[in-house]
Design a protein. Structure first.
Length: 80
């Protein structure tokens, strides 16, 4: 996130990392949640294991049931 995320400050990259890991952790269960956590740096390893809970499910878009997502800005594609 720090190198590829193009954030203006390290704090922004850290916050984005924590939010992403919490969201991923909220959608995984059991061993599937624990396996990736073992590969994370120590300061991030517990985040997917203890994601925040929500009283409401994530927003859905239309009748197809897909999660709503923000479009990628023109010229900025996810890096692999």
């Amino acid at each position: 996130m720090k190198e590829r995320g193009e954030y203006h400050a390290p704090e922004e990259a850290e916050r984005a990392t924590r939010v992403l890991l919490a969201l991923v952790g909220a959608h995984l269960v059991g061993d599937i949640r624990a396996q990736p956590a073992t590969r994370l740096p120590e300061e991030f390893a517990l985040i997917p294991l203890n994601p925040p809970t929500s009283a409401q499910p994530p927003p859905r878009s239309g009748s197809n049931g897909k999660l709503m997502t923000r479009p990628v800005a023109a010229g900025r594609h996810p890096r692999r």
